[in-house]
Design a protein around this ligand. Structure first.
Ligand SMILES: [Zn+2]
Length: 369
């Protein structure tokens, strides 16, 4: 499933692609050789296609297990990442998660801690919480369970004490709360059209975007020593100004870029200098991530959902996706981005900034030394 692979038609000019940049940025030709870590992928199959393309393109991978009904079971996801890590321990890293089953009952915290500790022992470098907290799971009274529910406190203290980062996907892109014709990106429009159960504009009875992020913010404030990674630009993908405020307010937080590049490109189309300055200012707080997902090929293993691109070659799509993101962040070259129907100029971030966003920040946050 390549949710956001709708990038196409590179408009590379020879000079932009190959000339060495006076400002000290990389070129497209540097892509393979510069060390990179994709801090947000889902490797859900045992074949080595993901590892192979990562090796070829110079990436390490952080594969995130997540309690997502369209993914294989947590047990199967865990078995898969164990196997892939054993195959290439220097390149393949993974994050574990916990089940919400029985939340609030006696023994839930102990069971979640047992599961997490066992995975940490096997090499997990982080724990993931998903948007089911806030948007799916309900308590006995029928209220949605929010991330700042005191029922999480003991588990979070456990992570905090061990220096284990929490990767949190809370809420959704803000587009999710807008009518289809007001959404800023085609990838959001097609995803929410196809997932009405997650399309909040159709569910005014559900918690609002603002209330979900307010609960998340209260949670981050309550755990000032927890290493917090806001997945998908901390769900503030629509505004680098709002994301700046979040990062300023919570020094323990960082954010990954997974599956939100088109939202950033939408902004840089309108104010290039502001978006570029944002990346430079927060160069220590941002982690490159793609959300590339390789799912099992058979319907039985795949759970409910078919892949977005049935029959597509995962290796070619991953390679194309990564190169497009590199072109946008690392070079000044222009590419057409279908999702916002625009020719987008790359940010040409300075080499040291690229090295941090693509590698060093993730190595630091996830303790990969
Ligand atoms: Zn993801």
């Amino acid at each position: 499933m390549l949710r956001h692979a709708a990038l196409a038609c590179l408009l590379l000019t020879g000079s932009a692609a190959h000339a060495s940049d006076p400002a000290g940025s990389y070129t497209q030709a540097d892509f393979e050789r510069v060390r990179k870590l994709d801090a947000h992928v889902h490797a859900n199959t045992r074949d080595h296609a993901f590892l192979d393309v990562a090796r070829r393109d110079g990436f390490e991978l952080l594969s995130i297990n997540v309690d997502y009904p369209d993914f294989p079971s947590l047990e199967l996801q865990a078995d898969t990442v164990h196997e892939l890590q054993a195959a290439d321990p220097a390149r393949f890293h993974f994050a574990t998660t916990f089940s919400m089953h029985g939340f609030g009952s006696t023994g839930w915290t102990a069971a979640a801690e047992r599961r997490i500790d066992a995975e940490l022992k096997r090499g997990a470098v982080a724990v993931k919480v998903w948007k089911n907290i806030g948007m799916v799971e309900r308590d006995a009274a029928g209220h949605y369970i929010m991330l700042d529910d005191p029922g999480f406190d003991a588990l979070m203290a456990h992570l905090e004490a061990r220096g284990v980062p929490l990767i949190a996907h809370q809420a959704e892109p803000r587009n999710c709360w807008l009518p289809l014709d007001e959404m800023t990106t085609e990838n959001d429009r097609s995803y929410f059209r196809e997932h009405p159960e997650y399309y909040m504009y159709l569910h005014p009875e559900m918690p609002s975007y603002e209330s979900l992020l307010a609960a998340r913010d209260r949670f981050v404030a309550r755990h000032p020593h927890l290493k917090f990674v806001g997945a998908h630009l901390a769900s503030l993908e629509w505004s680098v100004d709002e994301l700046s405020k979040f990062l300023d307010r919570y020094p323990n937080a960082s954010a990954d870029l997974a599956a939100r590049m088109t939202n950033v490109q939408y902004q840089s189309q309108r104010d290039y200098d502001k978006v570029r300055a944002f990346f430079i200012r927060y160069q220590d707080r941002l982690l490159y991530g793609s959300d590339l997902t390789e799912n099992p090929p058979t319907a039985a293993e795949r759970a409910q959902n078919p892949p977005m691109n049935p029959g597509a070659d995962f290796t070619a799509e991953a390679d194309g996706f990564w190169r497009s993101d590199w072109q946008y962040l690392a070079t000044a070259a222009v590419q057409h981005v279908d999702a916002i129907n625009a020719d987008v100029r790359g940010l040409a971030l300075p080499k040291p900034v690229i090295d941090k966003i693509y590698y060093r920040n993730a190595r630091r946050v996830f303790g990969l030394h």
